[in-house]
Design a protein around this ligand. Structure first.
Ligand SMILES: Cc1ncc(COP(=O)(O)O)c(C=O)c1O
Length: 479
């Protein structure tokens, strides 16, 4: 206890820290194994959450204990059988780096001295891991903001000085596949391009953007006096993990002189894995790329990376000189000039720590293991007559559905059955899965992006699907 502080703790810091370390160690131990089911949300937890503001302090250990109980009864993506959406797996050194970054709370604006060096090195690590030429970049809060960051730079190149003058009635457009993440539309909304000017280009049978259709859309817009801002290739769509043909789209971008951005928020780690590297051919030709380190690079949220080939592209879009933020003339590029944030956490530290502690080889192996788990899942699905694989996995997403004999051929009933199956599996609690619609069919959509997931967990997913799927069909048609 330090009586000189206006916000004193009621116990020595070391005691609180030791208890917090125990909480974290227990959580990590628990995450290593799947739970038989999720714990109950108790009446106490509901009642405490209804309480109003207190004037009096609560003992720190009690508050810590409450926090732990709320966290333990929340859905944790870090668990090995969490297969929903695109999860985070909370890599241990990332958690510790977050604590360190918060402790030192470095100010990353004009110059932060050593932290600037780590941020620059971490960007180079990302570029090398993914096979992208080192230019400039920034750490952001997620794929949404990384895409917005890259597309702001693209808009500035397509419509110079748009940041100053606004669009001034200059219509412009973005080009992405019809399965691109909605963050592209969000960027169009925010940048004044307008969601109506996002050209959703058709995809082929593998859900990849058709490059010729993209070229045709560009031609039509140019003929109509609409300025193309950027082509956004998705390097691993959220729905199916489809990787757009980056090389062909780079050809289109070069032909029309348009910016090419690769949204690899989910899938770009696949560029680091030997078995899928080929899908990302042409990546080095993109003007910008992004990857979420809090997805398939295993770090806790929030940590995304945007990289640009031209190291000044971001500062052209974002630099500001303000009287309260005098730039350091000796620093070649003040960090604040590469991001749309001002105050921001030191996100680079956890990526840097993870790459130092594990090295690129362990990372490549972990990504490859998830890819192999997706292939295993697809094999298990193919081997079961009551399961149908909707799409061969390109990366680590495997959409499939349960097709009981009694419902075969009845698409509406199959949709209802599979949506009910996902709900029933979530309530059961042994695995956590989300639903999706692929090619008009409701399905289960597991995504393997967790370093804790083992082959046993993949097998459990299929076993639980078959068990609960059979129970549901039996309930519908009692013998
Ligand atoms: C392809 C793609 N882009 C962007 C995003 C948005 O990322 P975030 O949730 O980190 O903002 C996602 C999220 O799943 C995604 O899959």
């Amino acid at each position: 206890m330090n009586p000189r502080l206006s916000l004193p703790l009621d116990i020595p810091r070391s005691e609180l820290l030791t208890r917090a370390a125990d909480v974290i160690a227990d959580a990590w131990r628990s995450f290593d194994q799947a739970r038989a089911r999720e714990p109950e949300l108790t009446q106490n937890l509901r009642e405490w959450a209804g309480e109003g503001l207190f004037d009096a302090p609560m003992p720190a250990l009690e508050a810590l204990d409450r926090a732990k109980r709320y966290l333990d009864t929340s859905i944790a993506q870090a668990r090995p059988r969490y297969f929903a959406f695109v999860g985070s797996s909370g890599l241990e050194v990332g958690v510790l780096a977050d604590a360190l970054a918060s402790t030192f709370d470095v100010n990353l604006a004009t110059t932060a001295r050593s932290a600037d060096l780590i941020e620059a090195q971490a960007l180079r690590f990302a570029a090398e891991l993914l096979g992208y030429p080192v230019g400039g970049g920034a750490f952001t809060s997620g794929g949404m903001v990384s895409n917005l960051t890259a597309l702001t730079a693209a808009r500035e190149r397509a419509l110079p000085n748009a940041r100053q003058t606004g669009l001034s009635n200059r219509p412009c457009a973005l080009y992405c596949s019809e399965e691109a993440h909605y963050s592209v539309r969000r960027a169009a909304e925010i940048l004044g391009i307008g969601a109506d000017f996002v050209r959703c280009i058709p995809t082929d049978a593998q859900h990849r953007m058709v490059a010729e259709a993209c070229a045709a859309a560009l031609e039509a817009d140019l003929a109509a006096g609409i300025t193309p801002v950027a082509i956004v290739a998705t390097g691993g769509t959220t729905l199916t993990g489809a990787v757009d043909p980056i090389s062909s789209l780079a050809d289109v971008a070069a032909r029309f002189g348009v910016w090419l951005h690769v949204d690899g928020a989910y899938g770009l780690p696949g560029a680091a894995a030997p078995s899928t590297r080929g899908l990302f051919a042409g990546l080095e030709r993109a003007d910008s790329i992004c990857v979420d380190a809090h997805k398939w690079l295993y770090l806790p949220k929030a940590c995304s990376i945007v990289l640009v080939r031209d190291r000044h592209a971001l500062s052209r879009a974002f630099s500001h000189n303000e009287n309260y933020m005098l730039h350091d003339a000796d620093t070649p590029l003040n960090a604040v000039d590469s991001t749309l944030e001002y105050s921001r956490p030191f996100r680079a530290l956890k990526f840097w720590m993870a790459l130092r502690v594990h090295g690129a080889d362990q990372y490549r192996t972990a990504i490859e293991r998830n890819l192999e788990q997706a292939r295993r899942c697809a094999r298990l699905v193919r081997a079961q007559p009551e399961l149908e694989l909707l799409l061969e996995p390109q990366l680590s997403t495997v959409p499939y559905r349960h097709v009981p004999d009694a419902l075969r051929g009845d698409e509406d009933a199959l949709d209802a059955h599979n949506l009910a199956l996902v709900k029933a599996m979530q309530a059961d609690g042994r695995v956590y899965i989300s639903s999706a619609v692929v090619d008009g069919k409701a399905c289960l959509r597991p995504c393997f992006v967790n370093f804790r997931t083992s082959d046993d967990d993949v097998d459990a997913l299929i076993a639980v699907t078959l068990e609960i799927g059979a129970q549901l069909s039996k309930q519908r048609s009692p013998a």
